[in-house]
Design a protein around this ligand. Structure first.
Ligand code: IPE
Ligand code: MG
Length: 225
């Protein structure tokens, strides 16, 4: 979800106002995904690297996250949305962790859209954490190096029970992955939108899905026919 800062700067507003407007886009796009029958939506809300932003901005983002978690509970329930999180959740302020855990627990039996928030998330960090878990298991004799394969590795990632994404939408025209889901995006289709995240509307989502539906996915094999 990139472009909040630029959106604010274009209007002579503080960056935090861009984040606030970005949170409204989150509500819009979650509702639209639910209505369009999307099963999983993962939002890159806060990266491992975002901790290096000015403390005031980090604080504002954490406050906004907490406000979103509390304020959107009813909406999540009404829309049958199940909330999940990936990333180093233990890095978040205690109050955020608490509200996050409450929302996850409350929505765990919902059967519509699964909304995954990537928080204090980095793809490399996730791979390192998975490797650490595997090494610990190997050290205690619960698994052996010979057993290791893609499936076993994937089971130790934060996304163990989530499917790999079909489509990655990058807003604000940036052409980089920025440490997002490095393992999981191996065969994901990319869609780059020039639209700044706070301006992202349901129509943009529809355009992205329409573009995706034109792609021919071969997963490294020879095309059919
Ligand atoms: C949102 O956009 C990303 C978050 C960390 C929430 P940015 O804050 O990166 O916006 P730009 O790139 O400065 O426009
Ligand atoms: Mg940015």
């Amino acid at each position: 979800m990139d472009g909040n800062g630029r959106w604010a700067r274009e209007r002579g507003l503080p960056r935090t106002e861009g984040h606030r407007e970005g949170a409204l886009a989150v509500q819009r796009i979650c509702a639209a995904c639910g209505e369009q029958g999307v099963d999983f939506l993962t939002l890159f809300a806060f990266s491992s690297e975002n901790w290096s932003r000015p403390q005031t901005e980090v604080k504002a983002l954490m406050a906004l996250l907490e406000e979103f978690l509390v304020g959107q509970r009813e909406e999540l329930m009404q829309r049958n949305i199940r909330l999940r999180a990936i990333g180093r959740i233990a890095d978040l302020p205690a109050s955020c962790q608490e509200q996050l855990a409450q929302s996850i627990e409350l929505t765990r039996h919902n059967s519509g859209l699964t909304l995954v928030l990537a928080l204090s998330y980095g793809g490399r960090e996730e791979i390192v954490d998975a490797t650490r878990r595997l090494m610990q298991k190997a050290a205690s004799g619960q698994c052996s190096p010979a057993e290791l394969n893609n499936a076993l590795f994937a089971q130790h990632l934060d996304t163990a029970d989530l499917p790999d994404p079909d489509l990655l939408i990058r807003s604000s025209g940036e052409l980089r992955l920025s440490n997002f889901l490095l393992w999981q995006l191996s065969y994901t289709e990319f869609y780059i939108s020039p639209v700044l995240w706070p301006d992202f509307e349901e129509s943009h989502l529809r355009e992205a899905i329409a573009a995706y539906s034109q792609r021919q996915r071969r997963f490294g094999a020879v095309p059919e026919g």
